[in-house]
Design a binder for this molecule. Structure first.
Ligand code: FPP
Length: 238
């Protein structure tokens, strides 16, 4: 529970798991006459700010879409720029140190540069003991790729057809240890899921905003949470 200032201390429900599609970095840079890489750099800074705020208000899981399985289609210099941002971020010892945030990653790691994979493993083990929010970066992540990968492993584990149910499939996904997202936010005026958390979003609430990700503020996040509080979630019931 976190007090809603606008409504004079009406307690509001904080979504346990928020997922964000960090969209609009390129357009933000273009609007300013800057190269796209500046937009991604501003987007990475924004991720830190929003993650800290989520941890402060009691969000338990924050998952952000940092690089999709489709993003390899971008020009090589843009891909290199995003990989360099990730490198810098993972090397920066000031990131979330002492903030009790657990850092995790979902996606297919095998296609990522080896040094980044090592940095990812180090960040995970260094934050193993954190008991606050889990910040999960989706890297080389695609929902369809995740489901394909799960089916391959289910078959290679020789699981019989009658043992396959939703719980078993969930346990083979990259997100096996996390609850499904309660709220999925996509800024930048686009209204699609773009292969993000395809299985997990079955009953998520969606919130779309026209603000470009580098301009997305904690106030915008509060607006999304207020809207989430106005939704009536029925999970298929009445
Ligand atoms: C979508 O905006 C954004 C991406 C494909 C990359 C997001 C990556 C980051 C914010 C950096 C990740 C690093 C850390 C440390 C979290 P877009 O480029 O598609 O924007 P556009 O639609 O305006 O072109």
């Amino acid at each position: 529970m976190f007090l809603n200032k606008k409504k004079n201390r009406t307690p509001r429900n904080i979504p346990g798991h928020i997922a964000i599609i960090m969209d609009g970095n390129g357009r933000w840079a273009k609007n300013k006459g800057l190269p796209r890489s500046f937009g991604h750099s501003a987007g990475a800074k924004k991720f830190k700010e929003i993650a800290r705020y989520c941890n402060k208000i009691g969000v338990k899981y924050l998952t952000v879409y940092a690089f999709s399985t489709e993003n390899w289609k971008r020009p090589q210099d843009e891909i290199d720029g995003i990989m360099n941002l990730l490198r810098d971020y993972l090397k920066d010892s000031t990131n979330f140190k002492g903030e009790n945030i657990k850092l995790r990653f979902i996606g297919n790691r095998s296609a990522l540069p080896e040094d980044i994979r090592t940095l990812m493993e180090n960040s995970e083990s260094e934050s193993d003991d954190a008991t606050g929010m889990t910040a999960c970066l989706a890297l080389n992540y695609g929902g369809r790729d995740e489901i394909t990968n799960a089916i391959q492993r289910i078959v290679s584990d020789k699981i019989s057809a009658d043992e396959i149910n939703e719980e078993l499939i969930s346990s083979y996904l990259y997100t096996w240890e996390y609850p499904d997202p309660d709220l999925i936010i996509r800024p930048s005026g686009e209204y699609r899921l773009s292969n993000f958390l395809v299985w997990q979003s079955a009953y998520s609430e969606f919130y779309f905003d026209n603000v470009l990700w580098p301009d997305f503020s904690v106030k915008d996040l509060d607006k999304a949470i207020d809207e989430f509080n106005r939704r009536n979630r029925r999970f298929g019931g009445v």
